[in-house]
Design a protein around this ligand. Structure first.
Ligand code: ADP
Ligand code: MG
Length: 621
């Protein structure tokens, strides 16, 4: 009987009250205080506001108030703004094709007001009588009485007691500090999307952020520094590239400035922040060769493309997008960033760190956050004029630039004597000239302004790797016959693999032959690796190839294989190098792409300016 009545009960269909429908829908849009802040700020930005004041109490649970100076809402629209599917931003489906506003679903205010005590005050720019009005609603209560109020042009939305009528939701909230942290993150994201808008954020009546509107490039860069931390700006490259109707600009961290978490990553598509697998993949690929294993790059990037080339209506919170031509976007992102990172050259680092050394705020680095795996010496090449990375940017031409990065000071007297040392040379190269080898591992060199220490194995490894990649790309990976072929005892599986993958291995510049059940003979290796330990080299390559299994996977890991090989072909520790050998390594580094990091993402060299050394010894203080 009980089962029967339950079944009957379940077959009764009720039309949900509008309020209840809103509360259910609120589950999608309003997850926590930060989502309320996001929706309110987006509405304000959509209304053309240039100034946003945000007040938060108790992590947003007690109060979220957003005041803007936008165009406001007319009296007759006030109550409507709170109902579901009410929006001024689209009229028909076709409008979605070229959506320029952040909102368009018409759900936010309805959802928020169904789970809080909400008041909306506004003076519309279009109100001829200059009168401001307010509506108030409270949870289930649908009555939205419109009363007069005093308010300057623009809108204030006040959300009190969030989730007061939905205790289940409230239970999921974390501590006040955590919730406020999320609100802060939301504000930061939007602040990076609209440099022209002023933001202030207060928590429990105390100022948390004050961001003035940023117009010049210098001011924009300063805002990025305020939001992401100055270390990020100092250790990043500015990129600005355009191709086939796509433009990508923004800041990307140097590989030597990576993070343990993927937390400093901001990517905007036409001004809207997104988290997208395709985008993440393209960026990761661009860093693949240069980033230390398990580390994450940091970036603030803006992709601009025709609105019709991207679909933003894929997800209720609009965090995902769909590109019409995703391949094109992926390739563009990858190649633009790959190129930018490849073009980071020693002279960029040094030029910029010389500038940075003059900045008065150069704190001792020991106090730096340990979250940054960063070599202080490989400083920014930010805005360095010599880098072609900036070719397309306005930055290097910007008038403000000079204020920030002072040109290097006059050559110091003691440098004159150094310069005489190299009188034959017109100019001292960026990585200078070798002076000595230290413990068989490091090369000491001096350039015009200071001391350079090079990890010779790491540097050589990168050079060999880049050469092998270039050569194999042109199918010119030259092989050198071994005077005495090397025979190696291997397992049967390895011998099978060597036999099956003979062609693939030939493509990598290794010619070998199976001579017995468990024995192979190596006849040729790449010329670049002729001095390496052939047996060890072939063993490692075979073990990689075995692990990849199929030919396609081997092909996909082609670069990794070259990297494994390059490691063997590179000078080992404790090998004595002559001064000319060291100098030629330095020159090779200057000419090689990505030479600032070895194949595993570790830095290959560090730099100390004379200024920095003087500071160490408290000279002239
Ligand atoms: P949507 O933003 O998707 O249109 P919302 O529920 O967020 O839906 O807002 C409903 C409508 O209320 C908006 O379309 C807009 O016309 C109006 N509105 C909301 N907030 C503001 C604001 N701060 N200034 C001006 N108009 C606003
Ligand atoms: Mg909205």
């Amino acid at each position: 009987m009980a089962a029967l009545s339950r079944a009957l009960f379940m077959h009764r269909i009720n039309l949900l009250s509008q309020r209840l429908a809103n509360q259910i829908a609120a589950g999608e849009v309003v997850e926590r205080p930060a989502s309320v802040v996001k929706e309110l700020l987006e509405n304000s930005l959509d209304s053309g506001a240039t100034r946003l004041d945000i007040d938060v109490e108790q992590g947003g649970v007690k109060l979220i108030r957003v005041r803007d100076n936008g165009t406001g809402i007319q009296k007759d629209d006030l109550a409507l703004a709170l109902s579901r599917h009410a929006t001024s931003k689209i009229k028909e489906l076709a409008d979605l094709e070229s959506i320029g506003s952040l909102g368009f679903r018409g759900e936010a205010l309805a959802s928020i007001s169904s789970v809080s005590r909400l008041s909306l005050q506004s003076l519309a720019a279009a109100a001829s009588d200059g009168l401001a009005w307010q509506v108030q609603v409270e949870g289930q209560d649908m009555e939205a009485a419109v009363t007069p109020v005093s308010h300057p042009e623009g809108t204030t939305v006040e959300v009190r007691d969030l989730f007061f009528n939905t205790p289940a939701r409230r239970k999921f909230l974390r501590t006040e500090k955590t919730e406020f942290g999320r609100i802060e993150e939301t504000v930061k994201r939007l602040a990076l999307s609209r440099f022209d808008v002023q933001f202030t954020l207060n928590h429990n009546q105390r100022s948390a952020h004050q961001l003035q509107a940023a117009r010049s490039d210098f001011e924009k860069q300063r805002r990025v520094g305020l939001v992401c931390g100055p270390a990020f700006v100092e250790n990043s490259v500015f990129v600005d590239m355009e191709r086939a109707g796509l433009r990508l600009w923004g800041w990307v961290s140097l590989p030597t400035f990576s993070r343990s978490q993927a937390d400093l990553q901001y990517f905007y598509v036409n001004g809207r922040i997104i988290r997208d697998k395709l985008v993440a993949h393209a960026i990761k690929q661009a860093y693949r060769d240069v980033l230390f294993h398990g580390r994450h790059p940091a970036y603030v990037l803006y992709l601009e493309l025709a609105p019709a080339a991207v679909d933003v209506n894929v997800h209720p919170t609009k965090h995902e997008v769909r590109f019409r031509d995703s391949r094109l976007v992926h390739d563009f992102l990858f190649s633009a960033l790959h190129k930018a990172l490849a073009e980071v050259r020693p002279e960029d680092h040094i030029a910029a760190s010389a500038d940075a050394a003059e900045a008065p705020a150069n704190q001792p680095h020991s106090g730096a956050s340990d979250d940054f795996y960063q070599m202080e010496s490989q400083k920014p090449l930010t805005l360095s004029e010599s880098s072609s990375v900036h070719q397309l940017s306005d930055y290097s031409r910007s008038a403000e630039r000079g204020q920030y990065y002072q040109p290097s000071a006059q050559p110091r007297p003691q440098l004159d004597s150094l310069a005489k040392l190299y009188e034959a040379d017109e100019e001292i190269p960026p990585l200078g000239y070798a002076i000595a080898q230290l413990h068989g591992i490091y090369i000491l060199a001096q350039n015009k302004d200071g001391l350079i220490v090079v990890d010779m194995h790491a540097a050589h490894e990168r050079i060999t790797y880049e050469r092998m990649k270039a050569a194999s790309l042109n199918e010119k990976l030259k092989m050198q016959p071994l005077l005495v072929p090397v025979s190696i005892a291997v397992s049967q599986t390895e011998a099978d693999c060597a036999e099956e993958q003979r062609e693939t291995l030939l493509g990598l510049g290794i010619e070998l032959e199976r001579v017995a059940q468990e024995s192979i003979v190596v006849r040729q290796v790449p010329t670049l690796l002729k001095d390496s330990n052939v047996e060890q080299l072939v063993r490692d390559v075979l073990s990689d190839v075995l692990e990849y299994g199929s030919s396609e996977r081997i092909q996909a890991h082609h670069d990794e294989l070259l990297s494994t090989m390059a490691c063997h072909g590179s000078v080992r520790a404790n090998r004595h190098l002559t001064i000319p050998e060291m100098n030629s390594l330095l020159r090779d580094m200057e000419a090689t792409e990505r030479s600032g990091q070895c194949n595993h993402g570790r830095p290959t060299w560090v730099y100390q300016s004379l200024d920095a050394l003087d500071k160490l010894f408290l000279r002239g203080q």
